[in-house]
Design a protein around this ligand. Structure first.
Ligand SMILES: [Zn+2]
Length: 346
């Protein structure tokens, strides 16, 4: 089969499409014939490497992918041809965290495409519990475009921040996959949403995605815009995955009792945070990574019913995986960048 195999970290040249053996599903596992695979920022780290972190190379990237069931391992009985998408996170299933429904905190938590082979290949093997059946008529490209980002945004807003109707929510970097999801999820829970973005075009797309206010942070001070939008009250929630450039200012822009939640640091992780507004306004500064398998399946129901709508920016054939990575790195995309693995499946 064809598979993108990362043998060593580096630039786009390490994204090589190789001939690889078709993987065999073991006990409790299922083999999927992959239709679509979606890119995430995680793919960039897998390709380029992260100082101090060891990836299990060689590795096939791709943590979000959809397709059809092709074969089952011992003890598994799923009909071949069943249309599915995949929950990217897997865990031991037996520890205290897993038993408590907090799989993402399991010591053995892993992600397909990061800890094990992912979906940038003709076939992928996953655990049975990670299968999410896709209803008839729901397109497989959209089915690949939501699991990781919508889970991440859901866990940030719903579980960590306890979003409530009427909350004033600011979502940074409106074009990123997590942010597109966060705007829709905040709206689903009855919150009001403002977005920041680095171009007028992205601000407009952010408004089209459901935000009621938007600011181009390159032209305007977003903290002043947020102050005006909230009538000087301040924000109830800030969804941040930018980091050093935005988070230290964020604590000043929050209302009393406000929450700022981070799932990543694209502008750098080291920053000086003034702690006075944190205690004076009883703020919460929260971290978040992925979410539980239960949340993943809850999110899927909202997507399949149309209450949440994944946004696809562009589609590339698997052979052009390097161009897809370039597109993501250039921060030109609004929504998901997809790889089409099997044009015969939709
Ligand atoms: Zn566990």
């Amino acid at each position: 089969m064809r598979a993108v195999r990362i043998q060593e970290h580096g630039g786009y040249e390490v994204l090589r499409l190789e001939d690889a053996p078709v993987p065999e599903p073991g006990p409790g596992q299922v083999r999927i014939r992959v239709a679509w695979s979606a890119l995430n920022h995680l793919d960039k780290w897998v390709r380029a490497g992260v100082p101090g972190h060891k990836f299990p190379l060689p590795l096939t990237p791709g943590c979000d992918f959809s397709g059809v069931v092709d074969a089952c391992g011992p003890g598994v009985d799923v009909q071949a041809g069943t249309r599915v998408t995949v929950a990217p996170g897997f865990s031991c299933g037996t520890c205290r965290m897993c038993a408590g429904g907090r799989q993402q905190l399991c010591r053995h938590f892993g992600i397909y495409g990061e800890t094990g082979d992912g979906g940038d290949a003709d076939y992928a093997v996953v655990k049975l519990e990670n299968l999410i059946p896709v209803p008839d008529g729901f397109p497989l490209d959209c089915a690949a475009a939501f699991p990781l980002t919508y889970l991440t945004a859901w866990h940030m807003l719903v579980e960590r921040c306890g979003v409530r109707p009427g909350d004033l929510v600011l979502v940074h970097a409106a074009g990123s996959g997590v942010s597109v999801a966060a705007v829709q999820i905040a709206k689903l829970w009855g919150a009001r949403v403002m977005i920041t973005a680095g171009s007028d075009e992205k601000v407009q797309k952010g408004l089209d995605n459901g935000a009621e206010s938007g600011v181009n942070y390159r032209r305007e001070d977003w903290t002043a815009a947020a102050k005006a939008w909230t009538g000087k009250k301040g924000l109830d929630i800030i969804v941040d995955h930018v980091g050093a450039d935005t988070l230290p200012k964020g604590v000043w822009a929050l209302a009393r009792g406000g929450r700022i939640v981070t799932c990543g640091v694209t502008s750098g992780g080291e920053m000086t945070l003034h702690i006075a507004p944190v205690f004076f306004k009883s703020l919460s500064v929260l971290g978040s990574t992925m979410g539980s398998l239960g949340e993943q399946k809850e999110v899927a129901e909202h997507v399949f019913s149309g209450r949440l709508r994944p946004v696809i920016d562009s589609r590339f054939p698997l052979e052009r995986v390097a161009d897809a990575h370039r597109k993501l790195d250039a921060r030109e995309a609004f929504g998901k960048v997809l790889l089409q693995v099997d044009p015969g499946l939709d």
